[in-house]
Design a protein around this ligand. Structure first.
Ligand code: PTJ
Length: 253
Protein backbone atom coordinates (compact mmCIF):
# COMPACT_ATOMS: atom_id res chain seq x y z
CA UNK A 1 0.00 0.00 0.00
CA UNK A 2 1.72 3.19 -1.16
CA UNK A 3 -0.45 5.80 0.46
CA UNK A 4 -1.02 4.72 4.04
CA UNK A 5 -2.86 7.62 5.65
CA UNK A 6 -0.84 8.81 8.66
CA UNK A 7 -4.08 9.65 10.42
CA UNK A 8 -5.16 6.01 10.42
CA UNK A 9 -5.48 4.87 14.07
CA UNK A 10 -3.47 1.77 13.27
CA UNK A 11 -0.90 3.56 11.10
CA UNK A 12 2.23 2.28 12.90
CA UNK A 13 0.96 -1.27 12.95
CA UNK A 14 0.05 -1.11 9.25
CA UNK A 15 3.47 0.32 8.48
CA UNK A 16 5.13 -2.71 10.09
CA UNK A 17 2.92 -4.98 7.99
CA UNK A 18 4.02 -3.15 4.87
CA UNK A 19 7.68 -3.60 5.80
CA UNK A 20 7.21 -7.31 6.38
CA UNK A 21 5.31 -7.73 3.09
CA UNK A 22 8.00 -5.77 1.25
CA UNK A 23 10.65 -7.96 2.88
CA UNK A 24 8.68 -11.02 1.79
CA UNK A 25 8.47 -9.80 -1.80
CA UNK A 26 12.22 -9.16 -1.81
CA UNK A 27 12.81 -12.73 -0.65
CA UNK A 28 14.19 -11.79 2.78
CA UNK A 29 11.14 -12.77 4.88
CA UNK A 30 9.79 -16.33 4.69
CA UNK A 31 6.00 -16.99 4.50
CA UNK A 32 6.22 -18.25 8.09
CA UNK A 33 7.51 -14.78 8.99
CA UNK A 34 4.10 -13.36 8.07
CA UNK A 35 2.54 -15.69 10.64
CA UNK A 36 5.10 -14.61 13.25
CA UNK A 37 4.16 -10.98 12.56
CA UNK A 38 0.48 -11.78 13.04
CA UNK A 39 1.17 -13.41 16.38
CA UNK A 40 3.22 -10.40 17.44
CA UNK A 41 0.43 -8.01 16.40
CA UNK A 42 -2.01 -9.85 18.65
CA UNK A 43 0.29 -9.57 21.68
CA UNK A 44 1.12 -5.97 20.88
CA UNK A 45 -2.58 -5.14 20.70
CA UNK A 46 -3.12 -6.64 24.15
CA UNK A 47 -0.12 -4.76 25.57
CA UNK A 48 -1.50 -1.46 24.25
CA UNK A 49 1.19 -1.06 21.55
CA UNK A 50 3.51 0.75 23.92
CA UNK A 51 6.61 -0.12 25.89
CA UNK A 52 5.51 -1.41 29.27
CA UNK A 53 7.44 -0.75 32.50
CA UNK A 54 8.92 -4.24 32.82
CA UNK A 55 10.31 -3.89 29.28
CA UNK A 56 11.97 -0.61 30.26
CA UNK A 57 13.62 -2.37 33.21
CA UNK A 58 14.80 -5.17 30.94
CA UNK A 59 16.14 -2.63 28.45
CA UNK A 60 18.24 -0.95 31.16
CA UNK A 61 19.68 -4.33 32.19
CA UNK A 62 20.31 -5.25 28.54
CA UNK A 63 22.10 -1.94 27.94
CA UNK A 64 24.35 -2.63 30.95
CA UNK A 65 25.07 -6.13 29.68
CA UNK A 66 25.96 -4.83 26.22
CA UNK A 67 28.35 -2.27 27.75
CA UNK A 68 30.00 -4.89 29.96
CA UNK A 69 30.25 -7.47 27.17
CA UNK A 70 33.60 -8.43 25.67
CA UNK A 71 32.19 -9.63 22.36
CA UNK A 72 28.48 -8.88 21.83
CA UNK A 73 26.81 -10.20 18.69
CA UNK A 74 23.41 -9.28 17.23
CA UNK A 75 21.68 -12.17 15.49
CA UNK A 76 19.48 -11.12 12.58
CA UNK A 77 16.72 -13.09 10.85
CA UNK A 78 14.44 -12.18 7.94
CA UNK A 79 11.78 -10.41 9.98
CA UNK A 80 14.30 -8.38 11.97
CA UNK A 81 16.09 -7.23 8.82
CA UNK A 82 12.80 -6.15 7.23
CA UNK A 83 11.40 -4.41 10.32
CA UNK A 84 14.49 -2.91 11.90
CA UNK A 85 17.52 -3.25 9.60
CA UNK A 86 18.67 0.34 10.13
CA UNK A 87 18.16 0.20 13.89
CA UNK A 88 20.18 -3.01 14.15
CA UNK A 89 23.13 -1.23 12.55
CA UNK A 90 22.74 1.74 14.89
CA UNK A 91 22.70 -0.67 17.81
CA UNK A 92 25.88 -2.35 16.54
CA UNK A 93 27.54 1.05 16.32
CA UNK A 94 26.39 2.14 19.79
CA UNK A 95 27.45 -1.10 21.48
CA UNK A 96 30.45 -2.04 19.31
CA UNK A 97 28.71 -5.30 18.50
CA UNK A 98 29.01 -7.60 15.52
CA UNK A 99 26.05 -8.59 13.37
CA UNK A 100 25.48 -12.12 12.09
CA UNK A 101 22.62 -13.26 9.88
CA UNK A 102 21.34 -16.53 11.31
CA UNK A 103 18.21 -18.13 9.91
CA UNK A 104 15.77 -20.79 11.00
CA UNK A 105 14.57 -21.42 7.43
CA UNK A 106 18.08 -21.15 6.15
CA UNK A 107 19.06 -21.01 2.50
CA UNK A 108 22.34 -19.69 1.16
CA UNK A 109 20.47 -17.33 -1.20
CA UNK A 110 18.33 -15.79 1.51
CA UNK A 111 21.27 -15.36 3.88
CA UNK A 112 23.18 -13.54 1.15
CA UNK A 113 20.17 -11.43 0.24
CA UNK A 114 19.76 -10.26 3.83
CA UNK A 115 23.50 -9.60 4.16
CA UNK A 116 23.44 -7.54 0.97
CA UNK A 117 20.44 -5.59 2.24
CA UNK A 118 22.20 -4.86 5.54
CA UNK A 119 25.35 -3.81 3.71
CA UNK A 120 23.26 -1.43 1.59
CA UNK A 121 22.17 0.17 4.89
CA UNK A 122 25.76 0.52 6.11
CA UNK A 123 26.46 -2.73 7.99
CA UNK A 124 29.70 -3.73 6.23
CA UNK A 125 31.97 -2.86 9.15
CA UNK A 126 29.92 -4.88 11.66
CA UNK A 127 28.83 -7.85 9.62
CA UNK A 128 30.40 -11.26 10.28
CA UNK A 129 30.14 -13.25 7.08
CA UNK A 130 33.42 -15.01 7.29
CA UNK A 131 33.43 -18.68 7.78
CA UNK A 132 34.63 -21.07 9.25
CA UNK A 133 31.19 -22.25 10.03
CA UNK A 134 30.81 -24.14 13.29
CA UNK A 135 27.92 -25.87 15.00
CA UNK A 136 26.11 -24.98 18.23
CA UNK A 137 26.38 -28.26 20.16
CA UNK A 138 23.13 -30.20 20.56
CA UNK A 139 21.02 -27.86 18.42
CA UNK A 140 19.15 -29.61 15.61
CA UNK A 141 17.71 -26.70 13.61
CA UNK A 142 19.46 -24.88 10.79
CA UNK A 143 20.27 -22.16 13.28
CA UNK A 144 23.01 -24.42 14.64
CA UNK A 145 25.27 -23.22 11.83
CA UNK A 146 27.08 -20.13 13.06
CA UNK A 147 30.31 -18.33 12.37
CA UNK A 148 33.31 -19.02 14.58
CA UNK A 149 33.96 -15.28 14.57
CA UNK A 150 30.35 -14.37 15.35
CA UNK A 151 27.74 -16.03 17.54
CA UNK A 152 30.08 -18.88 18.46
CA UNK A 153 32.62 -16.48 19.93
CA UNK A 154 30.13 -14.10 21.57
CA UNK A 155 29.74 -13.72 25.31
CA UNK A 156 26.44 -11.83 24.81
CA UNK A 157 24.00 -12.65 22.00
CA UNK A 158 21.08 -10.39 21.14
CA UNK A 159 18.19 -12.33 19.59
CA UNK A 160 15.34 -10.12 18.44
CA UNK A 161 12.27 -12.27 17.72
CA UNK A 162 13.03 -15.92 17.30
CA UNK A 163 11.38 -19.23 17.99
CA UNK A 164 13.17 -20.47 21.05
CA UNK A 165 15.13 -23.43 19.78
CA UNK A 166 18.48 -21.73 20.11
CA UNK A 167 18.32 -19.64 23.26
CA UNK A 168 18.58 -22.67 25.56
CA UNK A 169 21.63 -23.98 23.74
CA UNK A 170 23.40 -20.63 23.76
CA UNK A 171 22.84 -20.42 27.51
CA UNK A 172 24.22 -23.96 27.90
CA UNK A 173 27.34 -22.73 26.12
CA UNK A 174 27.76 -20.16 28.90
CA UNK A 175 26.56 -17.15 26.91
CA UNK A 176 24.15 -14.48 28.06
CA UNK A 177 21.13 -14.07 25.79
CA UNK A 178 19.05 -10.92 25.43
CA UNK A 179 15.73 -11.64 23.70
CA UNK A 180 13.02 -9.34 22.42
CA UNK A 181 9.69 -11.11 22.20
CA UNK A 182 6.18 -9.72 22.49
CA UNK A 183 5.07 -13.11 23.74
CA UNK A 184 6.07 -13.39 27.42
CA UNK A 185 5.04 -17.08 27.46
CA UNK A 186 7.36 -18.22 24.66
CA UNK A 187 10.28 -20.56 25.27
CA UNK A 188 12.69 -17.83 24.21
CA UNK A 189 11.17 -15.44 26.75
CA UNK A 190 11.31 -18.01 29.51
CA UNK A 191 14.87 -19.14 28.80
CA UNK A 192 16.68 -15.90 27.95
CA UNK A 193 18.95 -14.16 30.47
CA UNK A 194 17.11 -10.90 29.80
CA UNK A 195 13.74 -10.77 28.05
CA UNK A 196 12.42 -7.52 26.66
CA UNK A 197 8.67 -7.99 26.20
CA UNK A 198 8.18 -5.36 23.53
CA UNK A 199 8.02 -4.86 19.78
CA UNK A 200 11.51 -4.76 18.26
CA UNK A 201 10.60 -1.55 16.43
CA UNK A 202 10.23 0.21 19.80
CA UNK A 203 12.70 -1.80 21.88
CA UNK A 204 15.80 -1.41 19.70
CA UNK A 205 15.69 2.44 19.53
CA UNK A 206 15.11 2.55 23.30
CA UNK A 207 18.00 0.20 23.87
CA UNK A 208 20.26 2.44 21.77
CA UNK A 209 19.14 5.54 23.75
CA UNK A 210 19.74 3.77 27.05
CA UNK A 211 23.22 2.63 26.00
CA UNK A 212 24.08 6.25 25.09
CA UNK A 213 22.70 7.45 28.41
CA UNK A 214 24.55 5.03 30.68
CA UNK A 215 27.74 4.37 28.76
CA UNK A 216 29.76 6.76 30.93
CA UNK A 217 28.74 5.12 34.19
CA UNK A 218 31.55 3.17 35.80
CA UNK A 219 31.59 -0.60 35.40
CA UNK A 220 30.62 -1.24 39.02
CA UNK A 221 27.42 0.76 38.56
CA UNK A 222 26.57 -1.27 35.45
CA UNK A 223 27.27 -4.48 37.35
CA UNK A 224 24.93 -3.32 40.12
CA UNK A 225 22.13 -2.69 37.60
CA UNK A 226 22.61 -6.25 36.35
CA UNK A 227 22.83 -7.74 39.83
CA UNK A 228 19.55 -6.11 40.81
CA UNK A 229 17.77 -7.34 37.69
CA UNK A 230 15.62 -10.46 37.97
CA UNK A 231 14.29 -11.81 34.67
CA UNK A 232 11.71 -14.18 36.18
CA UNK A 233 10.25 -11.35 38.25
CA UNK A 234 10.22 -8.98 35.26
CA UNK A 235 8.47 -11.59 33.12
CA UNK A 236 5.87 -12.12 35.83
CA UNK A 237 5.24 -8.37 35.85
CA UNK A 238 4.76 -8.42 32.08
CA UNK A 239 2.32 -11.33 32.35
CA UNK A 240 0.44 -9.49 35.11
CA UNK A 241 0.02 -6.55 32.71
CA UNK A 242 -1.36 -8.89 30.00
CA UNK A 243 -3.82 -10.28 32.56
CA UNK A 244 -4.89 -6.85 33.79
CA UNK A 245 -5.40 -5.57 30.24
CA UNK A 246 -7.47 -8.63 29.31
CA UNK A 247 -9.66 -8.19 32.38
CA UNK A 248 -10.11 -4.49 31.65
CA UNK A 249 -10.91 -5.16 27.99
CA UNK A 250 -13.38 -7.92 28.83
CA UNK A 251 -15.30 -5.67 31.21
CA UNK A 252 -15.98 -3.03 28.55
CA UNK A 253 -19.60 -2.69 27.54
O1 PTJ B 1 14.04 -15.62 9.01
P1 PTJ B 1 14.04 -16.96 9.67
O2 PTJ B 1 14.21 -18.08 8.69
O3 PTJ B 1 15.08 -17.08 10.77
O4 PTJ B 1 12.61 -17.19 10.37
C1 PTJ B 1 12.14 -16.23 11.30
C2 PTJ B 1 10.79 -16.63 11.95
C3 PTJ B 1 10.32 -15.44 12.75
C4 PTJ B 1 9.80 -16.96 10.83
C5 PTJ B 1 11.02 -17.88 12.82
O5 PTJ B 1 12.00 -17.62 13.79
C6 PTJ B 1 9.73 -18.31 13.49
O6 PTJ B 1 8.97 -19.13 12.98
O7 PTJ B 1 9.47 -17.71 14.66
P2 PTJ B 1 8.13 -17.95 15.54
O8 PTJ B 1 8.10 -19.34 16.07
O9 PTJ B 1 6.95 -17.48 14.82
O10 PTJ B 1 8.43 -17.00 16.77
C7 PTJ B 1 8.62 -15.65 16.63
C8 PTJ B 1 8.39 -14.97 17.98
O11 PTJ B 1 8.71 -13.62 17.80
C9 PTJ B 1 6.92 -15.04 18.44
O12 PTJ B 1 6.89 -15.30 19.83
C10 PTJ B 1 6.37 -13.62 18.16
O13 PTJ B 1 5.45 -13.18 19.12
C11 PTJ B 1 7.64 -12.79 18.25
N1 PTJ B 1 7.64 -11.60 17.39
C12 PTJ B 1 7.29 -11.55 16.06
N2 PTJ B 1 7.41 -10.28 15.60
C13 PTJ B 1 7.85 -9.52 16.65
C14 PTJ B 1 8.00 -10.37 17.78
N3 PTJ B 1 8.44 -9.92 18.97
C15 PTJ B 1 8.75 -8.61 19.04
N4 PTJ B 1 8.63 -7.74 18.01
C16 PTJ B 1 8.17 -8.16 16.80
N5 PTJ B 1 8.04 -7.29 15.79
Amino acid sequence: MNNLPKSHPRYLSLLQREKIVKGFRKGMVVPQGLIAQGRAEAFDYILGEKTIRPAKKAIEAAASLFLLAKYPVISVNGNTAALAGKQVIKLARASEAKIEVNLFYRTKERKEKIEKFLISLGAKKFLVKKMPQVIIPGLKSERRKVSKEGIFKADVVFVPLEDGDRTEHLIKMGKKVVAVDLNPFSRTSQKASITIVDNIVRAIPLLIDTIQKIKNKNRNKLKTILKNYNNKKTLKEAIAIVRKRLIRMSSLN
